[in-house]
Design a protein around this ligand. Structure first.
Ligand SMILES: *Cc1c(COP(=O)(O)O)cnc(C)c1O
Length: 392
């Protein structure tokens, strides 16, 4: 008998849980797009979007998903034939690199596989040997959602500075913004992309590119009028923000989401994600003492605080996901970009998530392991409860 009736929890790494306040703010008649409240509201988003990215640089808003922001960022800086260095730690940076290739760039990839973070010493060697400065941009993903690895973006900047290489540092923070600490200016990131449907808790459909003066000056020949970031920043005419009709309701939702982040405080938002992640890891430390299940990323310093990728052996990943959804109303993430995909699952714990939701996820997984006879160590829930008690 299914016990799934009730409020579901979509615990996948995006789209994330939407706060009721965000949904309620979107439940309204279409506003006037020519003047008035919507214009003021859109202007008000800009400083808050800079605040969550910890930057004074520019932000351009696009109607589109994360892939749209990927393309916008690349199109503004690349020329045909430019070389891009892709630092792959999972599916997502590879995908961003493929997009650069589609725009006519030459792509060089260092692939660190699916369980490791970027090896900074190796990047230093590659950049130091590029005496002619062929490499126009370095592409890195802060948190790769397929592997749940977190890369050291500030360390990457240090390495680039040490070699004196002038390449742009471009970071994908689609899975980390508003979850894991990210400081665009302090870390020396030139271009950063993100979307609204993960840490920013808004339905998918709006994405962002933050860019500094160095990135703007690097402008190549690939950019078209629609993707050009310049008219979208401080526009003298409201329509230029989006080059057409504004994403009216998304803007109301995003306004409310940014208000929630402001009210909680960005440092507290980061601390909450960190503590919830540690509670999840405490459970896995026990579960993985026996049986096939283990966290994909061994080093806690390189684990995301927003998504957790788990290896569990084929076909246990699919079986567990189905059991949790059908019996308990909990939807876990698929083993995206992994082989075999049914040997993995992921937990999304980004955005509007609190401790009792995490305890529910862990309790449901524990029950699923028992129901499906998947071998596992004892004491995971007690360990999670102790970890929560110590941190609350
Ligand atoms: C979700 C995600 C993307 C893709 O975003 P879409 O909105 O699905 O296009 C890219 N990079 C990372 C790190 C992501 O988590």
């Amino acid at each position: 008998m299914s016990l799934s009736q009730g409020r579901p929890y979509l615990a996948i790494p995006g789209p994330s849980v939407m706060p009721d306040a965000v949904l309620q703010s979107m439940h309204r008649a279409s506003p006037n797009i020519y003047e008035g409240e919507l214009h003021d509201l859109t202007d008000s988003l800009v400083p808050d979007l800079k605040h969550v990215a910890m930057t004074d640089s520019n932000v351009a808003i696009y109607i589109g998903n994360g892939h749209a922001a990927w393309e916008a960022a690349l199109a503004n800086v690349l020329s045909a034939g430019d070389t891009v260095l892709v630092l792959a730690t999972g599916r997502f940076c590879i995908g961003w690199g493929e997009m650069a290739e589609g725009l006519g760039a030459k792509v060089e990839t260092i692939d660190y596989g699916a369980q490791s973070s970027i090896a900074l010493a190796q990047v230093e060697e590659v950049l130091a040997s590029d005496k002619e400065g062929r490499i126009k941009a370095v592409l890195a993903v802060h948190v790769d959602t397929s592997t749940s690895v977190k890369n050291d973006i500030a360390g990457l900047r240090d390495v680039m500075d040490r070699t004196g290489h002038s390449a742009l540092l471009m970071a994908d923070c689609i899975a980390s913004l508003g979850c894991d600490r990210f400081e665009m200016d302090a870390w020396g990131v030139d271009v950063m992309v993100s979307g609204c449907q993960k840490g920013l808790m808004t339905p998918a459909g709006v994405s962002f590119v933050w860019y500094n003066a160095k990135a703007d000056a690097a402008r190549g020949d690939r950019v078209t009028a629609y993707w050009d970031w310049r008219p979208r920043v401080n526009p003298d005419y409201y329509f230029k923000y989006f080059d057409g009709t504004a994403p009216t309701h998304h803007l109301y939702g995003l306004r409310t989401a940014l208000d929630l982040i402001k009210a909680e405080g960005l440092d507290q938002v980061f601390a909450r994600h960190e503590k919830l992640a540690q509670i999840i890891w405490a459970a896995f430390d026990q579960w993985s003492t026996t049986g096939p299940m283990h966290l994909n990323i061994a080093d806690p310093a390189h684990r995301s605080h927003a998504v957790t990728s788990v290896a569990i052996g084929s076909p246990n990943g699919d079986a567990l996901r189905k059991w949790c959804e059908q019996n308990c109303g909990l939807t876990l993430g698929i083993g995206l970009g992994r082989e075999p995909a049914d040997g993995f699952f992921r937990i999304g714990h980004m955005g509007h998530v609190n401790a009792h939701m995490i305890m529910g996820v862990l309790g449901t997984i524990d029950a699923g392991l028992k129901a499906l006879n998947i071998a596992h160590g004892d004491g995971a829930l007690a360990a999670a409860a102790s970890a929560l008690a110590a941190r609350a």
